[in-house]
Write a protein that binds this ligand. Structure first.
Ligand code: RP5
Length: 162
């Protein structure tokens, strides 16, 4: 078990199904996490309090998922120096194009690393967090490198279609 923890935050409980893809990955890698449904618009003070306290509590990264006017990841980034990975939720507008643009178009100086939309994005967000932890945790590096090698092998094993 690594000493580094990851925070997963989402704008609404309606984002949980997609964001669980991130928590599943963190569990697979033995990364401790805390998960909250808090909104940049509906509960701004609590977002600030939760995110602002993460660094001193030993967290390594924040994964923030939101949809529509998806300001959550950016607001999180404004309250911490920790890396923030934004996951745009899918919506009825072009599959989540509104969420994607709201998350990715950050002003210079406050970065958010933005993934693909929906569950795949949440999955990759957790892998990114794992690779960040792996920079200073040799055991995590071994697990992540092994994961990547196993994935390659699996794809190659199914590569011949005809
Ligand atoms: C966003 O609005 C949330 O992240 C969610 O994706 C979307 C809809 O939220 P609900 O109205 O379902 O709570 O803030």
């Amino acid at each position: 078990m690594t000493q580094f923890k990851v925070a997963i935050i989402m704008g609404s409980r309606s984002d949980l199904e997609a964001m669980q893809e991130a928590s599943d990955v963190l569990e697979q890698f033995g990364v401790e996490y805390e998960m909250r449904a808090l909104s940049a618009h509906r509960t701004p003070a609590t977002v600030q309090e939760f995110i602002g306290g993460l660094a001193e509590r030993g967290f390594a990264a924040v994964i923030a998922g939101a949809g529509g006017a998806a300001h959550l990841a950016g607001v999180c980034a404004s309250h911490t120096h920790l890396p923030v990975i934004g996951v745009p939720m899918r919506t009825s507008m072009a599959g989540g194009l509104d969420s994607l643009l709201s998350t990715v178009q950050m002003p210079r100086g406050i970065p958010v690393a933005t993934t693909a939309t929906g569950g795949s994005g949440a999955y990759n967000a957790a892998l990114l967090a794992v690779s960040m932890i792996a920079l200073s945790d040799a055991e995590m590096r071994e697990k992540y490198v092994a994961f990547r090698a196993a994935q390659t092998e699996k794809v190659l094993a199914q590569s011949v279609i005809r």
